[in-house]
Design a protein around this ligand. Structure first.
Ligand SMILES: [Cu+2]
Length: 574
């Protein structure tokens, strides 16, 4: 009686989809049932144990032994890794308008620092294929799901046709194991974008289902001339005692602070190396695909200028010493390597140990840039040393400036609701006089994080005017509307944390933070809201459909921090 035994597992797993989408379970095929049976048996063999914390701390009674009230899950536990294809580095898929790419989400064998893991990959690659297209192209993606969970693909930051946005229960049904879905993706904006599942991102993104889209502008002078362009994805994988830390099957774990990894990966490599010639100017396109970690990236002291972000160039290029990249954000940086030698690509942060009340500088090396003594054949130093003003961006934003000083049209408060936590933790937090930083650069409360999950915590977007929350919020707009949205991250909640908030299908400007006007604007789709901060966004609603607004910390999204808004087509029908 496979059906009767397995059906509850299917329902439970889709239960997470229900939380995400309000969508009921649907029947899968035989391979789906078999896959679920396998992982259900596997889940019973897995046990929970608190990961060894990176920071030193006294243990609260009951925390080490705490067993999350959910089933531990890892994919393909019964699969012999030797039978799986060895994942290979990302390949470039250069697609013309109208071209078709077949994409398959599948189980792969990954070897990281000499050890084999069963993980996921698109087309057997890590990251997934780099989809390289011209601006205004439309491509067809014939997608097949060959992993053991329902999934979809979301094309992050792309103002595409709503039907292909990849949100289960909103724009499509989830793609069950063995099933397929055809996406048509049009690219109206140049720059760097990325794709990932919109089902259980905490599991599927962590295990390798992500990739970039690079969209070429037709204007050859859109960017500065450089010696080369590098598309780099930043990620952190969470291992404990050499093994992947299990995920929650019915609900996410680590929902308080998100799943902070401890093995840093660039393009899926733990030891990324790039060789350049002396004097080379490199344009880096960075994407942060980590579940929760925000990076403060430094390129070994090389001179850097920031050129663009999520959906456009900045109004003006600027020199920077580091760049802060929150989950899902992209930054376009140009750097020049004027001295031979080795440079470390590092994450330089001020870490905190909440338990001991200590602050300390923390530097992690993500990769290495080797600068050759031979000079580059072409010398772009003059262009590099000139900070450009981008008139095309300024003129585009000029149409928005009349809206800058209007009062907010909508408001949201970002907060947290605690349901059931172990008594020791509740008592600890009650006497806690912890300082909460504007941004959590590290997992500073590993005990609290360990006992948190999608059962006992709920992250909340609350509309003050209606007291509605998350998916109960009803926002309806019209195509062509320009709306100001005010977000406030309540510092007085149980455990405040910065949230990278993402809007699907549209583009936005970050106008003000705590009343301070942004002096160099850029079109974005994901904005960081630090603790205690009020951020005003101006959103240009050009794209009709039903769209999500949510926190891009994967575990916060799974713990409810999402809402939907609708944009009806303008009467002119454009
Ligand atoms: Cu969040």
């Amino acid at each position: 009686m496979i059906g009767s035994r397995v059906r509850p597992a299917v329902t439970r797993f889709l239960g997470c989809t229900v939380l995400l989408t309000g969508l009921g379970p649907s029947d899968g095929d035989a391979s789906w049932h078999q896959a679920r049976q396998d992982t259900t048996r596997a889940g019973a063999a897995l046990t929970w144990r608190m990961p060894v914390p990176k920071i030193s701390m006294p243990m609260l009674p009951g925390v080490m032994e705490y067993q999350p009230p959910i089933t531990p899950f890892l994919p393909g536990l019964h699969v012999d890794p030797a039978t799986l294809p060895l994942a290979r580095p990302r390949e470039v898929a250069r697609l013309a308008d109208g071209d078709t790419l077949q994409m398959r989400a599948m189980l792969v064998r990954r070897v990281i620092n000499g050890k084999s893991f069963v993980m996921y990959g698109f087309n057997g690659q890590y990251p997934g294929p780099l989809i390289h297209v011209d601006q205004r192209a439309t491509v067809v993606i014939e997608f097949t799901n060959d992993i053991d969970l329902p999934t979809t693909i979301h094309w992050h930051g792309v103002r595409l046709d709503n039907r292909f946005d990849g949100v289960p229960g909103v724009t499509q049904d989830p793609v069950l194991p063995g099933e397929s879905f055809v996406y048509e993706v049009r690219f109206p904006d140049p720059g760097i974008y990325w794709y990932h599942p919109h089902v259980r991102e905490d599991i599927q993104q962590e295990l390798g289902l992500y990739g970039n889209m690079l969209v070429e502008p037709p204007d050859p002078d859109y960017y500065n001339p450089v010696n080369r362009e590098e598309v780099l994805i930043l990620d952190d994988l969470f291992l404990d005692r050499g093994e992947l830390v299990p995920f929650g099957e019915e609900a996410s774990n680590f929902t308080l602070m998100g799943r902070f990894g401890n093995v840093f990966l660039i393009n899926g490599e733990p030891d990324y190396r790039l060789s350049v010639k002396l004097g080379e100017v490199v344009r880096f396109m960075f994407t942060n695909v980590s579940n929760t970690r925000t990076y403060n990236l430094v390129l070994g002291g090389a001179q850097m200028k920031v050129v663009g972000a999520d959906i456009s160039k900045f109004e003006r290029e600027e020199w920077v010493e580091s760049v802060v990249i929150a989950p899902a954000q992209r930054y376009i940086i140009e750097a020049r390597f004027g001295d031979p030698g080795e440079l470390a690509i590092t994450n330089n942060v001020q870490a905190i140990n909440h338990v001991l009340g200590e602050f300390y500088p923390s530097v992690d090396t993500l990769g290495t840039i080797i600068v050759d003594a031979d000079p580059a054949s072409a010398n772009y130093a003059t262009h590099f040393l000139t900070l450009r003003e981008h008139e095309d961006v300024i003129e585009d934003i000029d149409r928005m400036r009349p809206y800058f000083d209007r009062p907010p049209d909508r408001e949201l408060v970002l907060t947290l609701r605690v349901k059931e936590l172990p008594e020791a933790v509740v008592q600890y937090m009650a006497i806690d006089t912890t300082y909460y930083p504007p941004v959590d650069w590290n997992d500073a409360m590993p005990m609290m994080n360990w006992v948190s999950n999608g059962i006992n915590l709920e992250w909340v977007l609350r509309e003050p005017s209606t007291q509605r929350e998350n998916m109960d919020i009803e926002w309806a707009f019209q195509q062509g509307d320009v709306v100001k949205i005010r977000l406030f991250n309540d510092p007085k909640s149980f455990h405040p944390m910065a949230h990278p908030v993402h809007l699907h299908g549209q583009r936005l400007l970050v106008l003000e933070r705590n009343g301070v006007r942004t002096r160099n604007l850029v079109w974005k789709d994901t904005v960081m809201i630090p603790v205690g901060t009020t951020v005003d966004l101006l959103v240009e609603l050009t794209n009709p459909g039903d769209w999500m607004l949510h926190c891009h910390i994967a575990e916060h999204l799974q713990a409810g921090m999402m809402m939907k808004f609708s944009v009806s087509p303008s009467r002119a029908g454009n």
